[in-house]
Design a protein around this ligand. Structure first.
Ligand code: ZN
Length: 474
């Protein structure tokens, strides 16, 4: 037979379409719309029972991963000691710095992965990183199961926002090493029946072209970070359009910032969601617009004290600590995200769901600055200054020592048509003082003046904060 000089080798390929038990997947983690008739309406007791039933497997898997085993052995806790959600607190939390250290000590992928390219015959893998706005990006491998559950969780948020099959949905997340754009893409394509319009961020498709596509193609949905979507609206105005009238948008799914502000500007429904690259979407806003419902079939979510790590009562602001219940690749158990929020309510929502609701993210714990005893987040400062119609929307905060005390300075861009800065500067300082209860110094600059600091457009998320307290003045 083989009388030809070259032989093509016979290597088995782990085909994606065979990598999953798809019926099991949609049974365990129902996608939209079934999710909204089932888990979404389930009683708090049933949700808790589901979480506690899923916990042992998630913990056993994590314990097989060196990163977790080391930490848990060090405190003498074994997964079998954990039976209830409260028992989880016996396990130590970890933070992004621990992940960074793991990558440094076990280059290039750390010891937290749970799957590696050696496991590929169990199913094809994907590799993405965090956004990299805070330090070096953290790589993560995703198993086919984790990838699809993640996409289902995100697609639920999109369905709640109002995306429907056949809708063209423009994805303004940066298609790069970062996971964000890809998980949005997979959610739209696999689990919404939507058609992703892959413009990517402004760096890839210029804002003006993005606006033209929105209009010419009759795009119905828009996904992105609040700041970029505000910038797109501004670009639309520059091109002579009214963002609220001249487009066919049905809905926007946004991350960060103020969804109601986007709603006003774009004149369509806006629903925010919260997530991160390790676990995809954790919570999303429903039509009642009274907070974001937590996807508790996939997570255990704790709110802990920023300093002591102790559990906080509902309503108190703390750091969100996440445990993912669905992971088969890189586990996530008691990840102290340092994203600050509070539980708004565990009562039944007007939408019928019992899933508890959290507030928008108030800011990162590590950008929180204590000024004269008051906690201030740069994001909160940004929100206040941006409400002023004379402000162009871009801002940058830094904190430094001045005459022996910490001062926060906010750099604000005035709009091109605003000629006089002094009045604006005085008004903003007054608004900040009355709303935050502490003095923030305001510097007004011309349009584009914050770009060297925010690097807006060149990264997936603009930088908003720098701590200059420990750098010597030049
Ligand atoms: Zn609701």
């Amino acid at each position: 037979m083989a009388d030809h000089p070259l032989t093509i080798p016979e290597v088995p390929i782990p085909y994606f379409f065979r990598a999953l038990d798809w019926e099991q997947l949609v049974h365990d983690y129902p996608p939209a719309p079934r999710f909204f008739r089932t888990t979404y309406l389930t009683s708090p007791e049933a949700i808790r029972a589901l979480q506690e039933a899923r916990l042992p497997r998630a913990l056993a898997h994590a314990y097989s991963v060196p990163f977790y085993r080391k930490r848990w052995d060090a405190v003498g806790v074994h997964p079998r000691d954990i039976r209830t959600l409260e028992d989880l607190r016996l396990l130590p939390t970890y933070r992004v710095d621990d992940i960074r250290r793991s990558v440094e000590e076990h280059p290039p992928f750390g010891d937290y992965q749970g799957v590696t390219p050696d496991d590929v015959q169990r199913g094809p893998l994907r590799l993405f990183t965090s956004g990299g706005t805070t330090g070096r990006p953290r790589p993560m491998f995703y198993s086919p199961w984790d990838r699809q559950v993640g996409a289902i969780l995100r697609a639920r948020a999109f369905y709640l926002a109002g995306f429907r099959p056949g809708d063209l949905v423009q994805n303004t997340m940066l298609y790069s090493l970062h996971n964000g754009a890809f998980i949005v893409d997979e959610a739209l394509y696999h689990w919404c029946g939507c058609i992703p319009v892959t413009t990517s961020a402004g760096l890839v498709t210029r804002s003006r072209r993005q606006v033209e596509i929105l209009r010419e193609w009759g795009v119905r949905g828009l996904v992105g970070f609040h700041d970029f979507l505000m910038h797109l609206a501004e670009t639309a105005r520059e091109l002579g359009y009214d963002p609220a009238k001249d487009f066919s948008l049905r809905a926007i799914a946004s991350m960060g910032g103020q969804p109601r502000e986007l709603e006003r500007v774009w004149g369509c429904n806006v629903a925010e969601n919260y997530g991160m690259h390790e676990v995809q979407v954790v919570a999303a806003e429903c039509p009642a617009k009274a907070g974001m419902h937590l996807w508790l079939d996939a997570f255990v979510v704790e709110v802990v004290d920023l300093e002591t790590g102790a559990p906080l009562p509902d309503g108190a602001v703390g750091s969100l600590v996440l445990t993912a219940l669905y992971k088969t690749g890189a586990p996530v158990v008691r990840y102290d995200t340092r994203d600050t929020a509070r539980i708004l309510s565990r009562d039944r929502c007007a939408c019928g769901s019992w899933l508890p609701r959290i507030s928008s993210i108030l800011g990162r714990a590590d950008t929180m600055v204590k000024l004269r005893g008051i906690n201030v987040w740069p994001e909160a400062v940004g929100e206040i200054v941006r409400r002023d119609p004379r402000v162009g929307g871009e801002y940058f905060c830094y904190v430094e020592r001045r005459e022996g005390r910490d001062e926060m300075v906010v750099l604000v861009e005035r709009k091109a048509e605003v000629e006089e800065s002094a009045t604006l500067q005085r008004d903003l300082a007054e608004q900040l003082r009355t709303q935050l209860g502490v003095t923030i110094l305001v510097e007004v600059c011309p349009p584009g003046g914050t770009q060297p600091f925010t690097r807006f457009g060149s990264e997936s998320k603009p930088r908003r904060f720098e701590d200059r307290r420990h750098t010597r003045p030049e």
